[in-house]
Design a protein around this ligand. Structure first.
Ligand SMILES: [Zn+2]
Length: 115
């Protein structure tokens, strides 16, 4: 069955779908998202969402003309929970998006070695 095979990006050997390494050139075969990509997207989106909510909660009220809105939304120290929660939530959403985006993709990576 031709469908069960795929071509290695580096050495062009036909290999079975599902294998973790190319048996000819030893490059890694990655299905979907990599751990590194997952880590990167989690970290950057947590920083973005956390930073954005910190801005809205602490900085924006200082410059708004609405006296009703006070920095920290009047929650004092506990307003940090809003920042952390939005960071975690944003990170979760971004991770799900990235996983879906990379779903079904098959990529080849050379191991640390340079040929
Ligand atoms: Zn190969």
């Amino acid at each position: 069955m031709e469908d069960d095979k795929m071509k290695c990006k580096f050495c062009h050997t036909m290999i079975d779908k599902g294998v973790a390494v190319c048996y000819n050139c030893n490059s890694d075969v990655v299905y979907g998202i990599t751990k590194q990509e997952l880590f990167e997207v989690s970290r950057s989106s947590a920083m973005w969402f956390g930073g954005l909510s910190a801005f809205i909660i602490y900085i924006l009220p200082e410059y708004s003309n609405m006296d009703l809105i006070v920095p920290g939304f009047g929650l004092g120290f506990y307003s940090i929970i809003l920042v952390v929660a939005s960071g975690l939530y944003g990170s979760h959403l971004a991770r799900q998006n990235k996983i879906i985006e990379k779903q079904g993709s098959i990529r080849f990576f050379r191991k640390g070695r340079i040929y």
